[in-house]
Design a protein around this ligand. Sequence first.
Ligand code: FE2
Length: 436
Amino acid sequence: MIRVHAQARTTDEARRFPLRDIARALDHPWSFAAGEVTRWPDVWGGSRDLLGRLDLALSRGLRVEGHTAGAAADKIAALAAGGLTSDHEPITADEVLERARQGIAVMLRESSLRPDLVGLLGALKSAPALASRLMLTADGSMPAFIRDHGFVDHLIRVAMKRGVAPVDAYRMATLNPATYIGRDGDLGGVAPGRYADLCLLRDLSEPRPEVVVARGRVAARDGRTVVNVPEPDWSRALTTPEARLTVRWRARPDDFRLPVRERYPVIKLVSAVITRLEERPRAEGDLLAALVDRAGRWVAPGLVTGFGDRVDGLASTITTDFNILVLGRRPESMARAVNRLLEIRGGVVLVDGDAVSCEIPMPLGGVMTRLDLPEAAAQEDALRAALVARGYPHHEPLFTLFFLAADFLPFVRLSPRGVWDVKHARVLLPRRARRP
Ligand SMILES: [Fe+2]
């Protein structure tokens, strides 16, 4: 799947996403779609640039993965005509039907952030024939959720518990997706001349496999991998000091200073991910916030409320923007958190006073751990518990950090351009340059 635009808008996007490179990537035999296309308002508004980018996929016979979170029913026809071929964002059965009726293939989501599958399956009541078209997705579930519930096996189990016939539930995770991406001649079925990794089940009612056969060999047995999975050469992907976070600059408390104003555009978290704008003077319980360039050339300051009022300093490279997000009530602790983060080459660092109290190293570009799933889940548990103890009121802190910079979610974000009003597409508090 090839992205045709950045997750968050930046001033150098045209340079980072040149049409020539996207076309070349889409020509790769393993490419099957452009996406995820999160800028559905631009598709609806007929942005020539974006529609041209979607055409690069459509003209090659490939799919376009949509993301239409919050799009009203009367907008869906235009989004379908604009080229979005799938959507995984419906959060109600009605939204599933609205999209399916306009020819958009729907992926029903059950993720750690949005465990909605039981409700979404209600769409099959009004439209049983959708069983041959719907797909299941875990979207981006966090490690602890996968440890506790399972991965794709969890989706199939939920579907069967809700009354979906087993053969339909399994097809929603196998044949239906293969058909959607146009590869059902090779994938999604067990027959001579096709490709298949096989999951051997004791019974259809328990989708967790006892044995997995991949490429003709037993790859896993009783929950354990029994083959060596070679690691990619990450140095080929992480080619710059910013990407590897081997940078020399260090943060200073002064980086988190707010410009002097009577009123600030405060980002209020009303759930783990959704925000509202409060325009008011700084108040008790507000945390200082900043998005800091990986190369140390700029900082976008702001105020966040509804995250937890007892966080001294928290820094993360887990953001849709890939820059460094910092929150806290003490500028010294915030600087300490950033500098520890740079030392360990990315991840998440929580600081109390001057002491590091919790960290999740992600040494692969600041976005990936080297740990296996149970170890990563244990670190996630520890961070969640530490933040809850400091007042965090929601259920998915890693997604809160991840999406605070995402300028495609309502309603106000800390973007690389500054505090950003999503609906009116305007900067409310600009970023400032900084000496690295
Ligand atoms: Fe999405």
